[in-house]
Design a protein around this ligand. Sequence first.
Ligand SMILES: *Cc1c(COP(=O)(O)O)cnc(C)c1O
Length: 396
Amino acid sequence: MAAGGAADGSGGTAGQTAARVRASDPATRAGAHLTVDLDAIAANYRILCAQTGDTACGAVVKANAYGLGVDRVAPVLARAGARDFFVATIDEALDLREILDAAGIPEARVVVLNGPLPGTEPDLVGFGITPVLNSLDDLARWGAAARAREMRLPAILHVDTGMSRLGLPDEAVQVLAEAPDPLAPLRLDGVMSHLACAPDPDNPENAAQLARLRSALALLPTAPVSLANSSGIFLGPAYRFDLARPGVALYGVNPAPYRDNPMHPVVHLCARVLQVRQIDAQRGVGYGSTFRAAGPTRIATVAAGYGDGVLRALSNSGCVVAGGQRLPIVGRVSMDSITVDATALPPDALTAGDSVTLIGPGHDVDALATEAGTIGYEILTALGRRYHRSYRGGDG
Ligand SMILES: *Cc1c(COP(=O)(O)O)cnc(C)c1O
């Protein structure tokens, strides 16, 4: 069998091939670099704590801490004082419990927002996960799990006040108020709801949701209450209750878009120039030739594309920063690269191997999101796996 053997007589075998050592380091090989500032995340947590005052401040770390790496982010937040962690899925909850155990913070609470799926009760109980109960059905099943184990299992009850997504609708709250026995086998650790319009303080839906939550609370047993996400924290004290659940603000996205961003920037994304070329008027750029040069134009091809989470919606609408200038993305975003118009820079100011900034000083996550017609949440959670990732600070 010749497969895997070296054809050049060097004596290599398949085994030796697999063990080949890469001489360059990953940072050198990577076309793009993502840096996450863990100290900025801790500082953002402290800013939110200062804002919430007497209200406890939890941390939402779903979707791999909004794409930034929950294994690095959660211990930093725990060391900054967070004790209530929220994730979306059960797998995220199980992973997070192991991360927090390894970090020496086993007492932290892990809450799974999507609730207990049938058949997952043994894992939720075994790993000490608190499910959010989103329906009377969830409540019945989690109650049955508690009875079967003769344990008062923890639960947070979610009341829908206007998202119409998850949580007990008004009628279900009414049913529970009239016959509260499904709650008897459980330890009700909280009642929560979620705001639909919190980034817009002038939206009357905010006050309407607050009023509906107050009506529901009047019908339910007393328990700590949680309503505010990142933006909700900035709507004022009435929205804060006992526990806040910020996510995106921890990661540097502006929770209050109607004012200057009070959060520290967390993410720095830069990518290398692969090639620079001069094109003449009318020459097309990229797939579909959606951009045509109006005159002599210098095009720099940069090593990050939609395969890395540079959204295709940035085609002919986004920009990068280099040499203190904003350079427009021209043509379509490709899988592995983008093309930018570098004509505004002096001819030798940007050459192959140089870096341009996609997210960083002068062009933050919110700016890139606006250019893509989306929100910072989507930019962060789309951040790709090919970037060389490094973390700053967060020692402990
Ligand atoms: C994602 C989520 C949060 C966090 O929201 P941010 O806007 O990122 O602060 C809070 N609560 C629930 C129910 C969520 O789904």
